[in-house]
Design a protein around this ligand. Structure first.
Ligand code: ADP
Ligand code: MG
Length: 240
């Protein structure tokens, strides 16, 4: 599980996370919503150790992410992260792009990495695109390739940061469907998203962030049906 305890983080004088507490249990899907600049992306980058924290603690299966003794490379293999956009290597095929991290980071033998890449690309609906170059894929297909690439590392946790925000509206659905499939398969995931219908549909819990604080967290029914915090109410009425 992911345990976040009283995490604080600043960029210079700007306090971006002001004491975040959140525990995500195995198999749970937590979505994070909130206005721009509220600290959502920063939290995700702290969880997988891309960013240091000022104080508090983040533990993944009991291992403290920011402890000096922690091997971040090993820990990160457990946590896949997918962003708004991923620039694939243009001179490599879709298959080769997805094989790369298991080969380089985990030292998986070529045949095994290839089998895993084929499996994950097929899983996200790109089984017909193995030999194609990334530039030939639509935006939605590129995001599904990015998801397959993360899955090829066989992570136990997945973090998704607004993976549909850069897409044309007609391509959003296919990517959300892929996330929903992973959720239904039991993947433990934290999704930052602006897609409220998706959040409502797939989440076990939804967290609302406001100015570096987790102002409210609850089931989708609670958070969307009867938001308690005035800022949650304001945010939800602005996006509906
Ligand atoms: P969100 O994802 O909720 O939109 P972010 O976590 O990206 O918010 O950013 C929170 C605040 O931290 C914003 O004011 C942003 O400008 C600032 N910020 C994010 N990353 C950095 C950075 N590397 N250096 C300085 N400020 C940053
Ligand atoms: Mg963000």
């Amino acid at each position: 599980m992911i345990e976040i305890e009283n995490v604080r983080k600043s960029f210079g004088p700007l306090q971006v996370l002001k004491g975040i507490d959140l525990t995500v249990n195995k198999g749970e899907v937590v979505t994070i919503i909130g206005g721009s600049g509220s600290g959502k992306s920063t939290l995700l980058t702290c969880i997988n150790g891309l960013e240091p924290i000022d104080s508090g603690r983040i533990k993944i299966d009991g291992t403290e992410v920011h402890a000096k003794s922690t091997n971040l490379n090993t820990l990160r293999q457990k946590i896949g992260i997918v962003f708004q956009q991923w620039n694939a290597f243009p001179h490599l095929t879709v298959l080769e792009n997805v094989m790369l991290a298991p080969r380089k980071v985990k030292g998986v033998p070529k045949a095994e990495a290839e089998a895993m890449a084929v499996k994950q690309l097929t899983h996200v609906g790109l089984g017909e695109k193995l030999a194609v170059y990334p530039s030939r894929l639509s935006g939605g297909q590129q995001q599904r390739m990015a998801i397959a690439r993360a899955l090829a590392m066989e992570p136990e946790y997945m973090l998704f940061d607004e993976v549909t925000s850069a897409l044309d509206p007609q391509l959003v659905g296919e990517v959300l469907d892929t996330l929903k499939m992973l959720a239904e398969e039991g993947m433990t995931m934290i999704c930052v998203t602006h897609e409220m219908a998706f959040a409502r549909d797939v989440s076990d819990r939804v967290a609302f962030f406001h100015q570096g604080v987790m102002a409210e967290i609850g089931t989708p029914e609670q958070l969307f049906g009867a938001p308690q915090h005035p800022e949650t109410q304001k945010f939800l009425s602005s996006v509906r």
